[in-house]
Each structure stands twice: as structure tokens, then as C-alpha cells.
Write a protein that binds this ligand. Structure first.
Ligand SMILES: *Cc1c(COP(=O)(O)O)cnc(C)c1O
Length: 414
């Protein structure tokens, strides 16, 4: 019996099946990816996609929203409980628009924003030049210390005192170390700035108690829902009551039209899952795997930015191996290990072929891999990088066979 999709559109069905096979037969080491539960997937592919519900619960511009109101209220209550916040908005369509809403809530064009430089580990939306956040606002950037590879709060404070930003961002996309939310909050308070903690990458670790929480420190907590939190593609903005109205108005009608109610339902499911004791174990296992992988790579002579990791990700500097990040990432894909090339702080190479690769353990931990598997993983990574250096396709094919065997033994949840 063909599925509904196969019967209606064989070409799309074929592409989806091919992607499912790819996900099964490779290991995703991309730290921003994960495998959602069948329950999250079911809510995402539900009839809620048929509904329009501009506005907020009990204040909609369309009729027929009694059920949707219940869904959104549930998601909001679960976010409040899980993250210990007074206010949550679950409507942002994804991380980048959520961050834009933070600007819309607190800044006027031309105002100053202080964020972490993209090439040091920040995000485009924290004021990088090619993003509208770097063009419409006056962006000032902090980085990491050259000797340590970690954020220097003295530098952040100096910049903040000199530049007087209205908004300060902490958090990013390639930060392997714990973020000192209290330290950032003290700086923001000293200069009268709003502090926004962008925890897109680490929201699941925070929910599971494996990373300190920004609640009580940051004025605004921005997060995606699809990374370590293991929900659908979406985002949330959280705050105290004080900023609730400004954030809500910035999201709608400031920036968006109707929310994606199917996503809201799936966020509610993911938040319910993240509140279970098993999720705290998952969060701890993500970190245990990352630490074990870091140790195994260091043992093989690899240079990790900041010397290791406290969280779910590793930034590997391949300068000593004399292999470019892009060549390494492409070779790893040949070996069924999917990652991304990444700049390292003070990278002398161009962004499209930088010196590093970024590796993360959220997806492989969801599949059930443990620290015991990390020695093999490090060996395959090492062998693939070496094979990239001498363009040895046969070696990559041999490694691929071993990786696929492990991947098939640990399928994603279904
Ligand atoms: C992923 C990410 C975003 C953007 O999320 P999208 O859903 O891709 O728009 C924003 N900030 C940080 C820190 C991220 O890691």
C-alpha cells in the first residue's frame, strides 16, 4: 500500500524517503540539529496547519480559535514552568525573527547593540554586518581572548562602558564554554542596557539542568526550539512581566502575521518531554559525550578552541593537521559523519574555507550513543581528516562502512 504522499506526489515522497535514509545511515554531528520524537513529529504534521489565529489567546482577529487558544496557553504555561519565567511568547517563527523582535521591542534604528562577533562564536543576528541587525543598528562586537579562546568579561565591560549599548546579547552558535549570565547581567545593569540571552543552542541543556539558567539574570531569554530542546523548528521569547507587553507587540503585530499553530502544538509536546526526568538524563548525556569526544580528539593531537568543552559542542582547529575546515567537512561527509566547517577565533583563513570544524553531540545522544562510543568516533574523525589531507577516497569509503554499521545499530527515534 502506498502512503498518502506516495499516491499524491511520488516525486516529493521519494525525496522525503531519501532524506530519511540519509538521516538513518549517517551520524549528525551538527550541534544545532537533533532528531525529534514521533510525538513532536505528529503534532508538526497536524491539522493545526489549517488555522489562522493572528493575535494572542482570547484576543484573536479570527473566529474559531477556542482550541488553538488552549494549545497556545498550554505551550506558554509549560515554557513558564520549565524555564522559571513569568512570561513566554511561543509565536516567533524561528530564531532569527525572534531576535529581530527583541530589537523591535527595545531599540530604534541607529541605536547601539553589543553582541559577540560571528567569527568568534556569536550569531548573525547579534549585529553582524550582512544581517539587517548590523545595518539598521550601530553594532559593536566583543570576541574571545586570543590566549584562552574564551570570552573576556573585562573586555565586554570596557566596550559597554565606552559604547553605551541599549542592548547586549550573550550566547551564540560556536561557544564551547559555559556562559556567565550573572557576569553579563552585572555589566548590562551598570550601563543601563537590556540583556538578551540567546540560548538557542543550549536551551535543552538549561531545561535539563546541565547548564546554568539565564532566568533571573537576563531581561530577555531568546531561544529556538529545535536544537538541544529537541522540538519543532520554532522559537520562543521569555522575560519577566515587565517586558511582556513590549515583546508580545514586537512579535505581533510588529513583525509577524499569523502564528504557526502546528508548530505551537509541537513546541508544547517538546516542552512536556523536556520536563520529564529522562530529559535531564539526556542533557547530562549530551555533555558527557561531548567531553569524552573532546578528550579522545585531544589525545589524538587535535587542538580544541578553549581547550575542550563544557556543553554540547566542540570547535576543532585543524591548523596543526594542515587540512582546511571545508576539505575536512567534505571528507567527513563521505565517511557518513555530517558536520560543518567553521571559523575559529582570529582565523587567518576565509569564512568559506576556514580553519575549523564544529562538532556536536545532541543528535547522536538522542540515538543512544554513549561515552564508550566516543573513542571510535574520534578515530573515524581523525582518519577522515588524514584521508582528506591525502585525498584518499578509498579510506573514506572504508570508514563509511564502519560508521553506517554503528548508525544502523542506533536508529533515530521512530
Ligand atoms: C540557530 C540560532 C539562531 C537562529 O535560529 P534560526 O531558527 O536558524 O533562525 C539564533 N541565535 C543563535 C544563537 C542560534 O544558534
Amino acid at each position: 500500500m502506498p502512503t498518502v504522499l506516495e499516491a499524491a506526489d511520488a516525486r516529493v515522497a521519494e525525496l522525503l524517503a531519501a532524506e530519511q535514509t540519509r538521516q538513518h545511515d549517517t551520524l549528525s554531528l551538527i550541534p544545532s540539529e537533533n532528531h525529534v520524537s514521533p510525538a513532536v513529529l505528529a503534532a508538526t504534521g497536524s491539522v493545526l496547519t489549517n488555522k489562522y489565529s493572528e493575535g494572542y489567546p482570547s484576543r484573536r482577529y479570527y473566529q474559531g480559535n477556542l482550541v488553538i487558544d488552549g494549545v497556545e496557553r498550554l505551550a506558554v504555561e509549560r515554557a513558564q514552568a520549565l524555564f522559571g519565567v513569568e512570561h513566554a511568547n511561543v509565536q516567533p517563527l524561528s530564531g532569527a525573527p525572534a531576535n529581530l523582535a527583541v530589537y523591535a521591542a527595545f531599540l530604534e534604528p541607529g541605536d547601539t547593540v553589543l553582541g559577540m562577533s560571528l567569527d568568534a562564536g556569536g550569531h548573525l543576528t547579534h549585529g553582524w554586518g550582512v544581517s539587517v541587525t548590523g545595518r539598521w543598528f550601530r553594532a559593536v562586537r566583543y570576541g574571545v581572548r586570543r590566549e584562552t579562546g574564551v570570552i573576556d568579561l573585562d573586555e565586554v565591560r570596557e566596550l559597554a562602558l565606552r559604547e553605551r549599548p541599549k542592548l547586549i546579547w550573550c550566547g551564540g552558535t560556536a561557544i564551547p564554554r559555559t556562559i556567565d549570565f550573572a557576569g553579563f547581567a552585572a555589566i548590562a545593569e551598570e550601563v543601563g542596557a537590556v540583556l538578551a540571552a540567546d540560548v538557542a543552542h543550549i536551551a535543552g541543556l538549561i531545561a535539563g539542568g546541565a547548564h546554568p539558567s539565564p532566568a533571573g539574570h537576563a531581561d530577555v531569554i531568546a531561544t529556538t526550539t529545535h536544537k538541544t530542546l529537541r522540538g519543532p523548528r520554532g522559537a520562543m521569547l521569555m522575560s519577566g512581566d515587565k517586558h511582556a507587553r513590549a515583546l508580545d507587540r514586537a512579535v505581533f503585530p510588529g513583525l509577524q502575521g499569523g502564528p504557526h499553530d502546528h508548530t505551537t502544538a509541537a513546541i508544547a509536546v517538546a516542552l512536556h518531554e523536556a520536563a520529564q526526568p529522562a530529559f535531564a538524563e539526556y542533557a547530562r548525556a549530551i555533555v558527557a559525550n561531548a567531553v569524552a569526544l573532546a578528550d579522545a580528539l585531544i589525545e589524538r593531537g587535535y587542538d580544541l578552541v578553549s581547550g575542550g568543552t563544557d556543553n554540547h559542542l566542540l570547535l576543532v582547529d585543524l591548523t596543526a593537521q594542515d587540512v582546511g575546515g571545508r576539505a575536512a567537512a567534505e571528507a567527513l561527509e563521505q565517511a557518513a559523519l555530517v558536520c560543518n566547517y567553521n571559523t575559529v577565533p582570529f582565523d587567518p583563513r576565509p569564512p568559506l574555507d576556514p580553519s575549523g570544524i564544529r562538532l556536536g553531540t545532541p543528535a547522536i545522544t538522542t540515538r543512544g550513543l554513549t561515552p564508550d562510543h566516543m573513542a571510535d568516533l574520534a578515530r573515524w574523525i581523525d582518519e577522515s581528516v588524514q584521508a582528506a589531507g591525502r585525498e584518499d577516497a578509498a579510506a573514506l569509503q572504508r570508514i563509511r562502512g564502519e560508521v553506517v554499521e554503528l548508525a544502523r545499530a542506533f536508529p533515530p527515534p521512530a
